[in-house]
Ligand binder design. Sequence first.
Ligand code: NAG
Ligand code: NAG
Ligand code: NAG
Ligand code: CA
Length: 148
Amino acid sequence: MRSILIISLLGCFFAAYEAKIFSKCELARKLKAEGMDGFHGYSLANWVCMAEHESNFNTRAFNGKNDNGSSDYGIFQINNKWWCKNNSSPSANACNTMCSRFLDDNISDDIACAKRVVKDPNGMSAWVAWVRHCRNKDLSRYLASCNL
Ligand SMILES: *[C@@H]1O[C@H](CO)[C@@H](O)[C@H](O)[C@H]1NC(C)=O
Ligand SMILES: *[C@@H]1O[C@H](CO)[C@@H](O)[C@H](O)[C@H]1NC(C)=O
Ligand SMILES: *[C@@H]1O[C@H](CO)[C@@H](O)[C@H](O)[C@H]1NC(C)=O
Ligand SMILES: [Ca+2]
């Protein structure tokens, strides 16, 4: 009995720290619910495409190897020079958040920061993967068979 309790407690512990990987449609629904369809002129499919190519929908995606020494965090690969703060390097911290909060499984704050990022003059071109894989492309497959 006790070992079962311990095992299930351990299970909860690991579940809390497990990477959440969204499915394409699950992310589309969440983004839509948070007002991203058409946000700043970008259709929902643009956001799903961007997330797929930035992080493969993985909320724990971390890239510490940008040429300029900055790091990218989470499902939208938000950058620590401009948008969030990580204590070990200077940041404009325009989203006023710790970068670590862009690695958990609650993406509401990630979405709020993406809304801030896209308001800059470059719009979604802030995301290199969006420029490369999504801009001016047929994006219909990103919402195909999603029940939105
Ligand atoms: C550093 O490089 C990343 C990825 O190429 C880019 O997103 C970011 O804006 C750059 N930061 C600065 C301060 O140049
Ligand atoms: C903090 O940022 C620096 C510079 O980008 C990076 O090398 C380091 O891995 C980051 N640490 C964490 C915990 O995000
Ligand atoms: C997710 O985070 C937001 C704040 O960023 C908070 O308001 C919300 O309650 C959180 N949702 C869950 C399910 O924890
Ligand atoms: Ca988050």
